[in-house]
Ligand binder design. Structure first.
Ligand SMILES: C[S@@+](CC[C@H](N)C(=O)[O-])C[C@H]1O[C@@H](n2cnc3c(N)ncnc32)[C@H](O)[C@@H]1O
Ligand code: SF4
Length: 403
């Protein structure tokens, strides 16, 4: 039996499920976006995509309460990503973390305290990332700490994800696995990730997760030297054969290994080919849902909630507005996450309609600040963010779905 049923948009069934657990404004907003919605028949759970919590459930109610508060002008973290380790077995051609120290790890008790604070703050999704989070021996213990008021998702290369791991996380709040796969060709994948096992790890992980009925999203970083439109179509076919639920399509961030590169043209190229692929597959339920990062993080959709509705804790304990924004505003080894998050309201009062990372990186360049040893200390971070006018206008989502 097929465990999943894909709806190509918000139809009567989805509307009925959402009614009573969501506001009309929210339902209309999502309906207007035409995203595919995946129904997990076995667990009777619906997934829009990994940018939104699945529904129904306690974490969904927390998310809805958060949206209401945001509509009233309050700050609420919807999603927090924890960089549980800086370690990684790969050495990818593009890694934005290349300049971060790889010797740091968030302590298990520190993670417990952060999660406790997140509960108090009304956070609804927690992301476990790295480095490579699956290298941690206590990864299952970390996953088990995520309460049912939050939904967990892990960002990984797929290493160490096997039947045994999937069995251990059954019934926990970790429902979504986001696995990096930048090409359908094994040789390209292993070469660009500098790891002989990079491709087979993905294939093995997807097989184990599918068996365990865990929602799987692949993430592909699109660069025109590696992926043509034809390749992207082949990639989507490959992902469909693998049986994944979603593909997240991202363009390159000019940080770490790619610092100093101008990807403006590549970004436009990525947007163009993603749109073409999405257009051809969006009305066909046999294809995975496609998430276009450029579109979803634009002013016409979610925009950028960095530092407000989205936040991250780096492996050294520093609290940063986003995993790829190297500014820091305190350290959970010295203060509580709650205090640091609340204090950040001075600099991040409300979500922005455009990427905070890009804006602050331009300011950093103008100020001639070196990028060695990220993230920057609090003083430097405040200097940079004080010159940033990011939070002047909110995205469509905040204007239409929250108020
Ligand atoms: C930093 S990794 C951490 C999780 C895990 N190590 C992995 O690679 O999946 C998270 C995601 O960021 C992506 N990434 C890394 N550097 C990037 C860059 N410069 N531009 C866009 N995406 C990047 C990776 O491909 C991966 O999908
Ligand atoms: S992108 Fe992920 S797998 Fe690659 S080096 Fe960076 S942290 Fe490791």
């Amino acid at each position: 039996m097929n465990r999943y049923e894909v709806h190509c948009g918000v139809d009567d069934e989805i509307r009925n499920v959402l009614k009573g657990i969501s506001t009309d404004k929210y339902i209309d907003y999502i309906a207007g976006k035409g995203e595919k919605i995946t129904h997990d028949l076995e667990q009777d759970r619906y997934y829009i995509n990994t940018f939104f919590p699945s529904f129904p459930g306690k974490h969904w109610d927390v998310y809805m309460a958060g949206l209401k508060k945001v509509g009233e002008g309050k700050r609420v973290p919807f999603q927090t990503d924890l960089v549980v380790t800086g370690r990684c077995h790969c050495d990818c051609w593009h890694c934005f973390r290349a300049k971060y120290s790889d010797s740091n790890e968030l302590g298990i008790e520190t993670i417990r305290q952060i999660i406790g604070d997140l509960e108090k703050l009304g956070n609804s999704v927690v992301g476990i990332t790295g480095g490579e989070p699956m290298l941690r021996k206590d990864i299952v213990d970390i996953i088990k700490m995520i309460p049912d008021s939050m939904e967990g998702q892990i960002y990984t290369t797929g290493i160490n994800i096997n039947d045994e791991f999937v069995e251990k996380i059954k019934g926990t709040s970790l429902r979504r696995c986001i696995i990096s796969l930048d090409h359908y060709d094994e040789e390209v994948v292993c070469k660009t990730r500098n790891s002989k096992r990079a491709f087979s790890d993905v294939i093995n992980a997807v097989a184990a997760l599918k068996k365990g009925n865990i929602y799987v999203s692949l993430t592909i970083c699109i660069n025109k030297d590696i992926i043509t439109l034809d390749d992207l179509f082949k990639y989507v076919e490959f992902a469909k054969e693998l049986g994944v639920n979603e593909i997240r399509m991202v363009s390159t961030i000019s940080q770490g290994k790619l610092e100093g590169k101008n990807f403006a043209k590549d970004h436009l190229y990525a947007m163009k080919i993603i749109r073409e692929v999405k257009k051809k597959t969006s009305n066909d339920p046999s294809y995975p849902a496609i998430v276009n990062f450029g579109e979803i993080e634009s002013a016409r959709y979610l925009g950028c909630g960095a530092g407000v509705n989205y936040i991250s804790v780096n492996a050294d304990g520093s609290v940063t507005p986003c995993v790829s924004v190297p500014l820091s505003f305190g350290n959970v080894n010295e203060d509580t996450f709650e205090n640091i998050y609340n204090d950040m309201g001075r600099f991040f009062p409300k979500a922005s309609c455009s990427c905070v990372g890009m804006a602050t990186d331009l300011i950093r360049k103008k100020m001639n600040i070196e990028t060695e040893n990220p993230p920057f200390d609090k003083e430097t971070s405040i200097e940079i963010i004080s010159k940033c006018l990011c939070s002047m206008r909110s995205s469509d989502f905040f204007e239409k779905a929250c108020k």
